[in-house]
Design a protein around this ligand. Structure first.
Ligand SMILES: Nc1nc2c(ncn2[C@@H]2O[C@H](COP(=O)(O)OP(=O)(O)OP(=O)(O)O)[C@@H](O)[C@H]2O)c(=O)[nH]1
Ligand SMILES: [Mg+2]
Ligand SMILES: [Zn+2]
Length: 329
């Protein structure tokens, strides 16, 4: 198709774009039916690096087509690209479509921050990477990541690193009721269990700076060579990794390394979002007084969750609810 035809068709897109649903939209836009399917693997200052589905080694640099406006496009997004998709140096393609997301990991800087950041799209599981020491584990952070997983449709996996420095027993006990799959790693032992867990799937890693995310990714993707940093720099505002990046796994699937974060704000998540991840309590929650935070007495004395016969997971659920509410537990 000639260049001028592309321009004319792009013009019409502006009028027919019906909103979020990508399926009906692509029907209305047959001109993009031949867009190349790809996944966003990195984002840097208005340029998206996309791996072509049919040939994942081919990395295409693309801009966002004007018709998409300011639609956020993040690592993990499935996109359609047109134009020069050869992936050759100095070529620039255009992202014309962002597919509906199967999951969405979002956070805010803190609990009052209205500005939501999308960490990653379409990840099937989230490895919540926590060092057993250096830096010391913070359970509040883990709880918050669990909440973000339940709300965003990701399977959480607790990944405890640096087992050479401290025992994982206490943390393992704390999360036993939630049945969160757990991995324990140390630099002087093989990471076979992690390899099994991520094989063939899309997995993102999050955690504080210095917990060993990039170290782990380098072990999973032998030719990744991600920079890793000294923990002594942690807390001084130095983060070794500065942007999310998706890397293809040798056995299929993707791992997405992310920069360390200090906190995981949950301003965008409601108490009911969290309860919905606990099916045995969802019906009772509907009977609660309006605006119930489901924390139980004294905050929510009339909360109906206390009436549910199966109470085993209630303490864990309430801990997550308290963590969202900014209450220390
Ligand atoms: N003792 C010990 N040190 C480890 C282990 N895993 C990683 N480290 C060290 O921890 C430090 C930080 O590791 P990184 O992989 O850079 O941490 P990160 O989570 O990617 O940090 P950011 O990119 O800043 O978010 C490095 O010096 C690693 O060598 C481990 O199992 N045991
Ligand atoms: Mg890193
Ligand atoms: Zn309630």
């Amino acid at each position: 198709m000639a260049g001028s035809d592309w321009r004319r068709l792009d013009e019409s897109d502006v009028h027919v774009r019906p909103g979020r649903g990508s399926r009906p939209r692509s029907k209305l836009r047959p001109e993009h039916a031949d867009a190349t399917a790809a996944m966003v693997v990195a984002v840097d200052r208005g340029r998206w690096t996309c791996a072509v589905d049919a040939d994942p080694d081919r990395l295409v640099t693309a801009m966002r087509a004007r018709e998409l406006g300011r639609t956020p496009i993040v690592v993990g997004d499935r996109v359609g690209v047109v134009g020069d998709v050869s992936g050759k140096p100095d070529t620039l393609a255009r992202i014309v479509r962002v597919e509906d997301r199967s999951s969405l990991l979002r956070r805010t800087a803190d609990d009052t921050d209205p500005y939501e950041r999308i960490v990653v799209a379409n990840a099937e599981q989230l490895l919540i990477v926590t060092a057993l020491a250096d830096p010391p584990p913070r359970t509040g952070f883990i709880d918050r990541c669990l909440v973000a997983c339940y709300a965003g449709g990701l399977q959480p996996v607790l990944c405890l690193t640096k087992a050479d420095l401290a025992s994982p027993d206490e943390l393992l006990a704390r999360y036993a009721e939630l049945a969160v799959p757990t991995l324990v790693t140390r630099h002087d032992e093989e990471v076979r269990e992690v390899v099994e867990t991520v094989r063939g799937r899309v997995s993102a890693l999050v955690g504080h700076s210095g917990v060993g995310k990039s170290t782990l990714v380098n072990r999973l993707v032998p030719d990744a060579f991600l920079a890793t940093g000294a923990v002594s720099a942690v807390g001084k505002g130095r983060h070794t990794s500065v942007a999310a990046v998706a890397l293809p796994l040798p056995g299929g699937g993707w791992v997405i390394d992310t920069p360390g974060v200090r906190s995981f704000g949950l301003a965008h998540i409601t108490a009911d979002d969290i309860v919905s991840a606990f099916p045995e309590f969802t019906e009772a929650a509907e009977e609660c007084p309006p605006g119930c935070g489901h924390l139980g007495p004294p905050e929510d004395p009339d909360c109906m969750l206390d009436e549910v016969p199966e109470q085993r997971r209630l303490p864990s659920l309430r801990r997550l609810l308290a963590s969202r509410a900014g209450l220390e537990t």
